[in-house]
Design a protein around this ligand. Structure first.
Ligand code: SF4
Length: 349
C-alpha cells in the first residue's frame, strides 16, 4: 500500500491471471458486484474529428501516414458538424461523447475549435472525452477550463513490447501525458490493444502499469486487434477469446472502481464472448457502427444483445452512485488466487 492505494506487483498480477478460469471469473464478478450494478453498461460514442495522415507509426493503425495506408487525410471537422453528431448520439442513449483526432499532438491553430467542441458537448449535458495525442501543459489547461471530463491516451501494451509496435514516441512520453492530464484534474481513460503478437505476460504488465498509476484510470478500454489492411499487423491471427476474457477479469480485479471498456474488436466477437467479458467485469462499450476507422456493432445489434443478457445502459448518475458506494466500502479482502495456479494461459493460445 502507498498512501492507502494498493500497489500491484507483477507476481501478484500474474498469479491472478494464471489461476483457473472459473476462480478468476468468480473473483472478478465478486469485485464487480461490490462496486457496480452488474447489469448496467456505460455507453460512449466515438467520432473521428480528424481522420488519417497521422505522423506516428503505430503498427496497428490505418491512419498512420507511415503505414502506406490508402486512407486520405481529412481536415478537422467543423464544430457544428461535431455537435450535430453528438446530439444524435445523446438521443441514441450515449452519455459520453468521445472525439478522436489522428495527430501526434494538436497544433495551436486547432485549439480554439477543440475548445468550442468541448463546450458544445458539455452544453448538451453529455460527458466529454478527447483523444488528440500528446498534450503540453497549456493545451491541457485550456481543455480542462473548457470542461473536458476525460482524456484518452492508451499505453497500448507493456513497456517491453511497446517498441515492437510504435517507434515514433516512447512509452514514457505516454505516461508523461497521462500524468499531466491527471494533475490538471481531467479524468484519465487509458488501456491497450490485445492480439498484436504480445505474450500473456505483456498483457499483465500493461495492467500493472495502469493500476499503479498515481490514480488508476477512470476508464480502461481493452481493445481486440482488428487487423487493418496495409498495416504491419494485417496478417496476425486473432487472440484466443479466453485469453482476452482473462485480461478483462484481471483488469476488473486490479482496478475495481474503473469502467473497463470493451472497445474495438466487438464486431469480431460472438455474443457469447461479449457475455463472458461482461461477466468478467467489462461495464462500458462504444456504441455506434464505426470506431474511428474500424467496424463496430450497429445500435440495434447491441440492443438485441442487451435484451438477451438483461443489461441496461448506465446513466451518468449511476456512475456517480457507484463511485460513492466504492468510497464507502472497505476494499475486497483476499485477492489472492483461491487455488494455486496450475494452468498456463500461453499453452492454451
Ligand atoms: S493510433 Fe493514433 S497516434 Fe497512432 S498512428 Fe493512429 S492516429 Fe496516429
Amino acid at each position: 500500500m502507498e498512501n492507502g492505494k494498493k500497489i500491484w506487483t507483477r507476481e501478484e498480477a500474474l498469479a491472478l491471471h494464471d489461476q483457473p478460469l472459473m476462480d478468476l471469473l468468480f473473483q472478478a464478478q465478486t469485485v464487480h458486484r461490490a462496486h457496480f450494478d452488474p447489469n448496467k453498461v456505460q455507453m460512449s460514442r466515438l467520432l473521428s474529428i480528424k481522420t488519417g495522415g497521422c505522423a506516428e507509426d503505430c503498427a496497428y493503425c490505418s491512419q498512420s501516414a507511415r503505414n502506406g495506408s490508402k486512407l486520405s487525410a481529412s481536415k478537422l471537422l467543423e464544430v457544428e458538424r461535431v455537435l450535430s453528431e453528438a446530439r444524435k448520439a445523446k438521443e441514441a442513449g450515449a452519455t459520453r461523447y468521445c472525439m478522436g483526432a489522428a495527430w501526434r499532438e494538436p497544433k495551436e491553430r486547432d485549439m480554439e475549435q477543440l475548445v468550442a467542441m468541448v463546450e458544445g458537448v458539455k452544453a448538451l449535458g453529455m460527458e466529454s472525452c478527447m483523444t488528440l495525442g500528446m498534450l503540453d501543459d497549456s493545451q491541457v489547461f485550456r481543455l480542462r477550463d473548457a470542461g473536458l471530463d476525460y482524456y484518452n491516451h492508451n499505453v497500448d501494451t507493456s513497456e517491453r513490447f511497446y517498441p515492437e509496435v510504435i517507434t515514433t514516441r516512447s512509452f514514457s512520453d505516454r505516461i508523461d501525458t497521462l500524468n499531466r492530464v491527471r494533475e490538471a484534474g481531467i479524468k484519465v481513460c487509458s488501456g491497450g490493444i490485445l492480439g498484436m503478437g504480445e505474450e500473456g505476460e505483456d498483457r499483465v504488465d500493461m495492467l500493472v502499469t495502469l493500476a499503479n498509476l498515481e490514480e488508476a484510470p477512470d476508464s480502461v478500454p481493452i481493445n481486440m486487434l482488428m487487423p487493418q489492411d496495409d498495416t504491419p499487423l494485417a496478417d496476425l491471427k486473432p487472440i484466443d477469446p479466453i485469453a482476452f476474457v482473462r485480461v478483462i477479469a484481471v483488469a476488473r480485479i486490479m482496478m475495481p472502481t474503473s469502467h473497463v471498456r470493451l472497445s474495438a474488436g466487438r464486431s469480431d466477437m460472438t455474443d457469447e464472448m461479449q457475455a463472458m467479458c461482461f461477466f468478467a467485469g467489462a461495464n462500458s462499450i462504444f456504441c455506434g457502427d464505426t470506431l474511428l476507422t474500424a467496424d463496430n456493432p450497429e445500435d440495434d445489434k447491441d440492443m438485441a444483445l442487451f435484451a438477451k443478457l438483461g443489461l441496461k445502459p448506465m446513466a451518468a448518475e449511476d456512475h456517480m452512485e457507484c463511485k460513492k458506494k466504492a468510497q464507502q466500502e472497505p476494499p475486497i479482502p483476499n485477492l489472492r488466487p483461491m487455488t494455486p495456479p496450475n494452468t498456463s494461459v500461453e499453452a492454451a493460445e
